[in-house]
Ligand binder design. Sequence first.
Ligand SMILES: NC(=O)c1ccc[n+]([C@@H]2O[C@H](COP(=O)([O-])OP(=O)(O)OC[C@H]3O[C@@H](n4cnc5c(N)ncnc54)[C@H](O)[C@@H]3O)[C@@H](O)[C@H]2O)c1
Length: 370
Amino acid sequence: MTVDVVPVALGDRAYEVRIGQGLIARAGAEIAPLLRRPKVAVVTDETVGALHLATLEASLKAQGIAMTALHLPPGEATKGWPQFARCVEWLLEQKVERRDVVVALGGGVVGDLVGFAAAVLRRGVRFVQIPTSLLAQVDSSVGGKTGINTPQGKNLVGAFHQPSLVLADIDVLATLPPRDFLAGYGEVVKYGLLGDAAFFDWLELNAPHLATDAALRQYAVRRSVEMKAEIVVRDETEEGDRALLNLGHTFCHALEKATGYSDRLLHGEGVAIGCALAFELSQRLGLCAQEAPSRLRQHLRGLGMKVDIADIPGELPGPEALLALMGQDKKVVDGQLRFILVRGIGEAFVASDVPGEAVLGLLRDALQGR
Ligand SMILES: NC(=O)c1ccc[n+]([C@@H]2O[C@H](COP(=O)([O-])OP(=O)(O)OC[C@H]3O[C@@H](n4cnc5c(N)ncnc54)[C@H](O)[C@@H]3O)[C@@H](O)[C@H]2O)c1
């Protein structure tokens, strides 16, 4: 099968996202042209490292590239100050220099943390993303947002730092647990919902087969990356259109905070629930027809995904408290909550004048469904 190449046309920070099968086994040859000396530092997590690091190491070795590796604990809790400090100090101990390249091998947690480490190490070194989760392949590895969580909230500390290359090997998704695959699908479906109704139509037909059919999977990853790249090129630092990528995320971030970033709710699951809530809110505000939220919910349910707040196990705070958690989201501008709302499937827009009462009513009803 061919490798798809999606360019991210950001001038002197332009790079390619290469998507295909067997890319980790060829990573040495893909990365070699970037190197000024035959040595890379790889950061991964323990789960991904055990499964895929040997393949990466062999492919680097075949090109005469030496490798050292750091294994972080898997999971969202890793994306905070302690493991960040550990990673930065390890990179310094490995004597990574300004002209060297750091490799992030893993899901969005590793990609975000290592990207941020690369951004601040010696005031910025280059890094390569080898995303291994569906979520990381279609979203977090592309676009240069890097960072960590703090007790105050998610992704509140970070930097824009674009990778020099992204290698999305769709074969590695075979080892991804089904729950994580479905969570990643939350970000895939988001692209159809926010700006490409034809892609949503395609997903309605093909999503049930993505996990087993490599050609369909490759198309879904490519189309998602194309859409992300196009928006990022238009608005790299989120002054405007890039906010559309946050469809469902204001709800998602509040729910993630309320569940303590635990495995009660994975990020992509929160995105799917958040998208369903954003569609419901849009319908309540008279912006879109009832058909749109119903169609979305049916699609997500059909795949066995979480759709409602009621699908989150355990206790949750009340509607007022959830709304307050949304207020802490970094996308608050001058005290006003910005929401991404829709006029229909594929037609998202940024709204800054959403009445708080409407959001509260929606949350109240959603929580009562529990
Ligand atoms: N930077 C951005 O633009 C951006 C965008 C979206 C999400 N994010 C961030 O991404 C993070 C979520 O990413 P994620 O869902 O990839 O989480 P993750 O990195 O925690 O990976 C999910 C789980 O899957 C495991 N895993 C990953 N690849 C595997 C593979 N091939 N085989 C077996 N197991 C594998 C990991 O060890 C982990 O346990 C969140 O922190 C979120 O904030 C960032």
